[in-house]
Design a protein around this ligand. Structure first.
Ligand code: FAD
Ligand code: 2HG
Ligand code: ZN
Length: 473
C-alpha cells in the first residue's frame, strides 16, 4: 500500500468510523460475484457509509484522490456488475448501512426507501401498511432497492406492474463529483427537462450513486389463484397466455415458462423440490392470477381457461394451489431455477428478449443451434414469457470439464444472440451489461446510441471513477 492509499483510507475511516470500513478477509464476500465468474476481485477497502452525507463525503474524498468506486447493494448481479477488478485500486462502496424506510403514505401510495433496504423488507413494510410493493424476484431476500433500480430489474411481475423503472417516482443520489441531488419527488407527473431519475435507473452505478428512492405502491391483492401446468410445447405456453389475457388481462400477475431441461435440474438437485403433477413433462408454466377486488372469481377463471386449453390438447395436466402453502411451494419451484442450474454444474446464461409472439420459435432455434455448437450440452430455457424475456441458458455436458465449457461462453452467447437478432430482440433483457457483456455493446448499440452514452458518461464522470469497466466498452 502506498502513501496515497494510506491517506485515502485514513480519510474514509474518519468519515464512516472504524466500524464502517472493512479490510482483509472481511472483504471477501464483497469481492466475488454471485455466479463466481470472477474470483480475482481486489479492493483497497469496503466502505459502508451510514448516511447520504457520509456517502457524499466519501465520494468527494475518492474523487480528490483519483480512487475508483464500485457501488454495491446485495451483490446479486448476474453480470458481475457490483464487484471490483483485479487491480486493487478501487474501493467498494456498500449501501448495507443505508437501510431505513423513511416514509410510507397509503393515500399517495408511495414509499421512500433508502438504497440499502432489502427488496423483501420493502415488500413486508408495504404489506404491513396495507399496500403492495410489487417488484418480485428470486434474489429478493438479498437484492436492495438501490440495486434493483440501478439494474432496472424486471422479475416475475413485470407483465403486470412493469420493470423497476416504472415503480420509481423520484430519486436521491450522490452524483460523481460528490454533490447530493435531492430529486425525491413523489409526483405522478413531472416533465421538467431531462429526466435525470430515468438516466440513473439502469445505469448500473456508472453515473452516480442512488441513495434513496420514492417508490409506487399498489392495492394489496384480496384474491389470488396459482397453478402449475404441464404443456404440450412452447406454442401452448403462448396460446395459454393469450387465453388468460383475452379473458381478463388485469388478472394476470405473473406468467412464467419453464422447460423440462430447467425444471428437471431443480427437481434433481434442489433438496425438497417436488413436482405436484402426476408425471414429468416437456414444458411447464406457472400461472399466477391476483386481484384487489374481493370475490373476483379467479379460481373459476383459472379452472375454465385450463379446461378449454386441455380440451385443445395444449395443457396436459395442472396442479391448482389449494392454500397459501401450496402457492408458495409452486412458486418455490420457479424461484429455484437459478439455484438448480448452479448446483448442476457450470452454465452459461443468455438473458434475452424478443417480441412475445416469437418466443417459441426463438427457443426452438436457439436450442437446436446450441446442441449443434456443443454436443451433449443441455439447453435449459425458462423465464418471463409474458414479457418475451427468456433465460436461454445452457448447462454443461455432464462429461465435459467446467472450465473448458466456460471457455466457450462467448461462442455460446453469440449463438443465441444471432437467433435473437433475427427477431429484433435484445441481448440483455433484464440483468444489464455489467462486466460480462461490455464487449457486445459496440456490435449491438454502436453508432449514435453508444456515442450518446459515452458522451453522457464523460460529462457526468469525466475521470471515469464510477464503476469502471462496467457497461461501456
Ligand atoms: P448489486 O448486485 O449489488 O448491484 C447491481 C448493479 O447495480 C451493479 O452494477 C452495482 O454497481 C449497481 N448498484 C448497486 N447499488 C447501487 C446504488 N445504490 N447506486 C448505484 N449503483 C448501484 N434480475 C432481474 O431483473 N429479474 C430477476 O428475476 C432476477 N432474479 C434473480 C435471481 C437470483 C437468484 C439472483 C442471484 C439474481 C437475480 N436477478 C434478477 C439479478 C439482479 O439484477 C437482481 O438480483 C438485483 O437487481 C440486483 O440487486 P443488488 O442489490 O444485489 O445489486
Ligand atoms: C430469474 O428469472 C433470474 O430467475 C435469474 O432472472 C435467471 O438464472 C438466470 O439465468
Ligand atoms: Zn429473470
Amino acid at each position: 500500500m502506498n502513501a496515497i492509499d494510506t491517506s485515502i483510507l485514513d480519510t474514509l475511516t474518519r468519515i464512516v468510523g472504524p466500524s464502517g470500513i472493512l479490510g482483509g478477509a472481511d472483504m471477501t464476500p464483497y469481492l466475488v460475484d454471485w455466479r463466481n465468474l470472477y474470483s480475482d476481485g481486489r479492493a483497497l477497502a469496503v466502505v459502508r457509509p451510514g448516511s447520504t452525507q457520509e456517502l457524499s463525503d466519501c465520494v468527494k474524498a475518492c474523487v480528490a484522490a483519483g480512487v475508483p468506486m464500485v457501488p454495491q447493494g446485495g451483490n446479486t448481479s448476474m453480470v458481475a456488475g457490483a464487484t471490483p477488478d483485479a487491480s486493487g485500486r478501487a474501493v467498494v462502496i456498500s449501501t448495507q448501512r443505508m437501510n431505513r424506510i423513511r416514509e410510507i403514505d397509503t393515500l399517495d401510495m408511495t414509499m421512500v426507501a433508502e438504497a440499502g433496504v432489502i427488496l423483501k423488507t420493502a415488500q413486508d413494510v408495504a404489506r404491513e401498511a396495507g399496500a403492495l410493493f410489487p417488484l418480485s424476484l428470486g434474489a429478493e431476500g438479498s437484492a436492495t432497492i438501490g440495486g434493483v433500480l440501478s439494474t432496472n430489474a424486471g422479475g416475475n411481475t413485470t407483465v403486470r406492474y412493469g420493470n423497476a423503472r416504472e415503480l420509481m417516482l423520484g430519486l436521491e443520489a450522490v452524483m460523481p463529483d460528490g454533490t447530493i441531488w435531492n430529486g425525491l419527488r413523489r409526483l405522478r407527473k413531472d416533465n421538467t427537462g431531462y429526466a435525470l431519475r430515468h438516466l440513473l435507473v439502469g445505469a448500473e452505478g456508472t453515473l452516480g450513486f442512488i441513495t434513496a428512492a420514492a417508490l409506487r405502491l399498489f392495492p394489496l391483492p384480496r384474491e389470488e389463484a396459482v397453478a402449475l401446468c404441464a404443456l404440450r410445447d412452447e406454442d401452448a405456453a403462448l396460446s395459454l397466455f393469450r387465453r388468460f389475457r383475452d379473458r381478463d388481462e388485469s388478472a394476470v400477475r405473473a406468467f412464467e415458462y419453464m422447460s423440462a431441461g430447467s425444471m428437471h435440474l431443480v427437481l434433481d438437485n434442489v433438496p425438497g423440490a417436488t413436482l405436484p403433477l402426476a408425471e414429468r413433462a416437456g414444458h411447464y408454466v406457472l400461472v399466477d392470477l391476483a386481484s384487489s377486488r374481493p370475490q373476483a372469481g379467479l379460481r373459476e377463471l383459472l379452472e375454465e381457461v385450463l379446461a378449454e386449453a386441455m380440451e385443445e390438447g395444449e395443457v396436459l395436466d395442472a396442479a391448482l394451489a389449494e392454500s397459501g402453502a401450496q402457492r408458495a411451494a409452486i412458486w418455490r419451484l420457479r424461484e429455484e431455477h437459478p439455484e438448480g442450474q448452479k448446483l448442476a454444474g457450470a452454465s452459461v446464461k443468455s438473458d434475452v428478449s424478443v417480441p412475445v409472439s416469437k418466443v417459441p420459435e426463438m427457443i426452438r432455434r436457439s436450442s437446436e443451434a446450441l446442441r449443434k455448437l456443443i454436443p451433449g450440452s443441455r439447453p435449459v430455457p425458462f423465464g418471463h414469457i409474458g414479457d418475451g424475456n427468456i433465460h436461454m441458458n445452457l448447462a454443461q455436458p455432464p462429461d465435459m470439464d467446467a472450465a473448458a465449457f466456460l471457455a466457450r461462453s462467448h461462442d455460446i452467447m453469440d449463438t443465441v444472440n444471432e437467433v435473437v437478432r433475427d427477431y429484433g430482440g435484445s441481448f440483455s433483457a433484464e440483468h444489464g451489461i455489467g462486466r460480462i457483456k461490455t464487449d457486445m455493446m459496440e456490435d449491438w448499440r454502436g453508432g449514435a446510441e453508444l456515442a450518446a452514452m459515452q458522451a453522457i458518461k464523460a460529462a457526468l464522470d469525466p475521470k471515469g471513477l464510477f464503476n469502471p469497466g462496467k457497461v461501456l466498452p
